[in-house]
Structures are given as C-alpha cells and as structure tokens.
Design a protein around this ligand. Structure first.
Ligand code: UGA
Length: 435
C-alpha cells in the first residue's frame, strides 16, 4: 500500500516506520522541519527503543521517507492522521486545532477512493465532522485508534493486542475495511483480533481504554491512602487482589501516579466531552480519578518532608527520574518533575537525574538542577526520592549509594525497591502506601 502519515510525533513517527517495516511504501509529513531532517537521516527525535533500527532499515530499503511538503502525499492512497490532540490552554477539553489544520491541508491533495484514517485520540463525534470535510474530495474516512505505549511503541504497533476499525455504514465501510485489511495484512494473518465498528464506538474505545487504565491506577492509589493511614501494605494487597483474574495485577502499581501526554489529558477531555453531551454525571468519577492522582504527588513530597524530620529548607534531595515513566524521555505532565518542583518550592536543594530525559526536562523546567551522572546527583544527598522506575535505579546497590550520600534516607515513589535489602543496608526506607 502507498501510505502517508500526517504528524511525526511519538505516534506518527513510530507508525510510519512500522508501516515501512511491514513492507508498505510510506511517506511521513510534519510541519517541524528539524524533525523531518532528523527522521530523514534515521535519527528518532525522541527516545524510543527499537525505533532507530526500523527507521534506518526503512530509509535504506527506500520505502520510507519524510517530507515537510504536504503536496508530496498526493501519491498515497491511505492517509493516517497522527497529529497531537493536547489539552486546550483555556479548558480541560482536547485542542483539535492540529487535527483540523491537517485535514484542511490534506483535503487539497485527496483523490476519489483515497482513505483517510484517524489515529489521534479525539472526542467522540470528531470523525463524523471530519467525514463531512473530506466528502467533497471523494475520499473516505475511517477511525483506527492507537493503543501503543511509549517504551514499547514499535512492538505495540507491529503486533498490537487488537485492531479496531471505525468505519461508515454500507459500501463505504466495506471499502474502508478492505483497504485497512490490506494495511494490516500481516497482523491479521498472525491472528490478532480485529474489531470493526462505527466511527463513534471506535473513538470511544480509545478514550474508554485510557480512562479505565487511569481508574485502575487511581483505585490502587486511593487504597494506598487508606493502607498508609492504618499501617497496612498496599503492595501485598495489590498482589492478593491481582491474583483474581477478573481483576489482574497489571496497572495496580501504587506510587506517585500517572503522567505523560495521554492518560491525564484524555480523562479530562473525556469529562469535557461528556459535559457537552449533557452526560457529565456519567463520567464525574474521572474528576476524582484525576484528584487522587494529583494527591499522590503531594503525598510523595509530604512523605519526603516527614522522612527528613519535618523541614527541608537547605536539605539536598536527589530525585531519581524525570521521565513520566521508564524507557521514555517524555516529561509531559511527569509526576517526577511535579514532585521535584513541590520540594524545591518548600526550600529544598533539589537535583534531578535521568538516563534519557534531562534535555527535555531542562527545556520544560529550566529552573531545576540536573546531573546526568547518578553518582554526582547523589553526592551529599540528605534524602533520595526514586520517582521513575528505570532499571538502573531499581538495581541500585544500597551499599554503594550509602557511600555517596550524606544521609541514608530513601523514599521509593514507585514502590520498586527491595525494602528489606535497603533497610538491612542501614537505610531508612519509606514506600508509598506501605508501613
Ligand atoms: C497510555 C496507554 O497505556 C496506551 O495504551 C495508549 O495508547 C497511550 O496512553 C496513548 O493514549 O497514546 P503511555 O502514556 O505510554 O500509554 O503510558 P502507560 O504505560 O499507560 O503509563 C502511564 C502512566 O501511568 C505512567 O506515568 C506510569 O508510570 C503510570 N503507571 C502505570 C502507574 O502509576 N502505575 C501502574 O501500575 C502503571
């Protein structure tokens, strides 16, 4: 298939490279010239395992290229829309400016029989409106939400858990399905489930999945608020309830909560859309999910203050992690940086380290101190706060760390350290929701 991908951020760049890996002829478009330049040389503009390899392969093979000229997309017949839908500046709703601009521009080059496929996460009803915009060109529109996780993006794109097509009714829907089946032929042969539905359901599948994941995390974090009040252990509790396969252990990781460019803004956009639909009470619980999540960041800061005896002015606190999760350099709405700012505003001398995300963190939070080397970050620390569970932090040797820091106080914001080992090494260990 001749495929174009509009928007080469986390979603689009990975999608373009993955489609080329599957053997399609792919052209990626973005308005950011620097990004196009990097991608054209096989350099991912962000950290994502395996991406560099498939980018370079595709460019060398000659079936993957990138452009800043939208007219170059006219030769493609399937156009994936992968632009961002960030939270609006003025409200909790999604900002659809990039989607609208992309469609307006793309419409100038669409041909009858082309298929536009939305992948961006959008409020329900968006696809129907875009169908109207595309109609005069004779092209069709489908919605094919993306479920990739940062850090596993390539694997999730090439071999997803499921593929969802939202298509129009009748012949148009059958035609769109046939074209999408050709795009995803390899995954379908491998037996990956395909669900074909209407546009609104497909849009809602995506936001509901993210809302459910956010709810699961905030559920266990709400329970952590109770366990820490009564001296119980949220980790053992999660292990026990997670063994019930109706519940499952995944996404019951209690700690400083969720961040990133998806879960927080998606639950807010879902709430805003439900309010527009006159159904605010249906998803009113998502406001509480958001509030629980933000409270855990405050709690991590409070716990660190408690660990330091009640005041942090002038105390050196080393924060391990800046990215919103490991294996990513993404710092959008990062709980780690939020906690760092809270502690700094209380007068602490905060230093942040991260294996990949320091450059991005410096751009978004230039006033914080950063150290690339973990050893230098830990030097003379009065307390260490683990905020992102990178494997190098999970595997940190407590005896080695003790030689570098000033005091042996560790706050485990992700409950990922072996508390017994750290305590045996002489550290005062504080977990979240644990005694
Ligand atoms: C999320 C979804 O998992 C993807 O399916 C979806 O495609 C993507 O959003 C999107 O909409 O594009 P992602 O943001 O990459 O993916 O990250 P997750 O792995 O979902 O983690 C989100 C946050 O939850 C992270 O800050 C992570 O540390 C936190 N988390 C996760 C917890 O606090 N506890 C857990 O048990 C699991």
């Amino acid at each position: 298939m001749r495929i174009s991908v509009i928007g080469c951020g986390y979603l689009g760049a990975v999608h373009a490279a993955s489609m080329a890996k599957l053997g399609h002829e792919v052209i990626g478009f973005d308005t950011d010239e620097k990004k196009i330049e990097q991608l054209s040389h096989g350099i991912p503009p962000f950290f994502e395992p395996d991406l560099q390899e498939i980018l370079t392969e595709g460019i060398k093979r000659g079936n993957l290229r990138f452009t800043g000229d939208i007219s170059a997309l006219k030769d493609a017949s399937v156009h994936f829309l992968a632009v961002g839908t960030p939270q609006s500046q003025e409200s909790q709703a999604a900002d659809l400016t990039y989607v609208q601009d992309a469609i307006d521009e793309l419409c100038r080059y669409l041909k009858p029989g082309d298929l536009v496929v939305g992948k961006s996460t959008v409020p329900v009803g968006t696809a129907e409106k875009l169908t109207e915009a595309v109609k005069p060109t004779g092209a069709l529109l489908a919605w094919n939400p993306e479920f990739l996780r940062e850090g596993f993006a390539v694997q999730d794109t090439i071999s997803p858990d499921r593929i969802v097509y939202g298509v129009p009714a009748g012949d148009a829907g059958r035609k769109a399905t046939t074209m999408l089946d050709e795009v995803y032929a390899q995954a379908l042969v491998e037996g990956i489930p395909r669900i074909t539905t209407d546009l609104a359901t497909a849009e809602l599948v995506k936001v509901s999945a993210n809302a459910f994941l956010a709810t699961k995390i905030s559920f266990i974090n709400a329970i952590a608020e109770i366990t820490e009040t009564v001296g119980a252990d949220v980790i053992t509790l999660a292990d026990a309830i997670g063994l019930d396969d109706r519940i499952g252990r995944k996404f019951l990781g209690a700690g400083i909560g969720f961040g990133g460019g998806c879960l927080p803004k998606d639950i807010r956009a879902f709430t805003a859309r439900a309010e527009e639909l006159g159904k605010s009470s249906s998803v009113a619980f998502l406001k509480e999910i958001d509030a629980i999540n933000l409270r855990r960041r405050a709690r991590a800061a409070e716990l660190t203050v408690e660990a330091l005896g009640g005041q942090v002015v002038g105390k050196k606190i080393s924060i391990l992690g800046a990215a919103f999760k490991p294996n990513s350099d993404d710092v959008r709405d990062s709980p780690a940086l939020d906690v760092a700012i809270r502690l700094r505003s209380l007068g602490a001398d905060v230093t942040v380290t991260d294996p990949q995300a320091i450059d991005n963190a410096k751009r978004s939070h230039p006033h914080l101190n950063y150290e690339a080397s973990i050893e230098r970050a830990l030097v003379n620390a009065n307390a260490v706060l683990l905020a992102t569970e990178w494997s190098e932090y999970k595997n940190l040797d407590p005896n080695w760390a003790a030689e570098v820091t000033s005091d042996m106080v560790i706050v485990d914001g992700r409950n990922c350290l072996d508390s017994i080992r750290w305590r045996e090494a002489g550290w005062r260990y504080f977990g979240m929701g644990k005694p």
